[in-house]
Design a protein around this ligand. Sequence first.
Ligand SMILES: [Mg+2]
Length: 456
Amino acid sequence: MKKIISKNEAVELFKNLSDEFAVIKNPEYILPEFELAPLAPKLTSPLANLTAAVMDMDGTTTTTEELCIHSLEYMIRKLSGKMTVESWIGLDHIVDYPNIIGNSTTKHVEYLINKYQYLFIDENIKSSYFYAAIWTILIGNDDKRKEEVTINLTNLNLTEIFRDGFYKRLEIDSVSLVKSEHEISEYFSQRFSDRFPALSRTDLVKIGIDVYYQRYHEILQRIKRGESKNISTELFNDPDKHLIQPMPGILFFICLVKGWLGNEAEVLVERLIEEYRLKSGRNFEQIEIGELRKRIALISKQFKKHPAKIAIVTSSIFYEADIVMSEVFSVLTSQISGLPLSLELKDFIRQKFASYRNVYDAFVTASDSTEMRLKPHRDLYSIALHQLNVPTTDFDNVIGFEDSESGTIAIRAAGIGRCVAVPFAQTKGHNFDAATYICTGGVPEVILSHNIFFKK
Ligand SMILES: [Mg+2]
């Protein structure tokens, strides 16, 4: 194959790749402006066997969207100084949410900066940036973030802060940093604000990203310390609101496709039906339940012989995904005792669920790629398929699960034709044209109504 070809030759080559293409717009700092991604044809024929399930994290396996949305809104509040709902009502659920969920952080922040930049005040931009940058470097736990923040400080001509006496004291006693946000913001903006160059929109987006991540990681650190209830009270005025929760059917799905349930799978059918009913209101007749139990028993037998592999594929960075999935698995583990299974099986599952690493055959995060190649680009899914060792000839035996528009595009762009959208409250307004199936009943619907796409 020639390496450099004419436009007409390119068109000819492209035509052979697919009948359908996704137009993927790049962030503003990238050329070309957009890319065309050939999509795998939608696959609706019955599944012969399931080699692997590749699943998004946020919105599909768990819900952390509340935290992400809170942190994005917080970023706008910091840059504008409008910290109360009286001064700014906050993000618009209908208009804003489809633009700030499921894509890369850069795209989310870019959208919000373009829309709300008119609210920003120069002084607030600078003071909140100083705090976010210093917090990330001195208190943050993610090395890649620290590196990105240092690069931003260098580009903004602000590395002189590292030589400042107050900064050096904070380096030694970083605990006081948490307590004195106001003092730090004031001190550094008074001393170093005039060093800022004129800020371009790209600079503003980078500042917005640093402020967003600082807030999000600060909350994650507290969750890791076991402060979930306090945070729920502070942010949502409800101590029982779970900030991180598994999605319906996840525990059952994992245990089933891994072949762990053996001949006990059918006793969990009623619980799954209940999860399905809660998610989408679907009810089953008694006669159907008998039929479902038989089908699940058969599927479980098949998975016991041929377990499927499972991967998490997320646009979150590893540091976040690790905390989130550890929390999800601690919630899942607490649910195991209440299951109507034999003690022996419960012990076995509990051991497996002691760490998400025992369960997932691949765990692909934004840290395995780069911000500019996250969903809707196919890269994270291609990495997952490679790590799972699935040959391209077997891609038709893979199911991809996503709750967002960009995620469903990424699945099909990675060559997976069986792409299932499992929208939830926050993403139900997304466009799911790329999805082969849209299952508003989530994973329970995939199992109960679609028989995991095996022949019924
Ligand atoms: Mg998602």
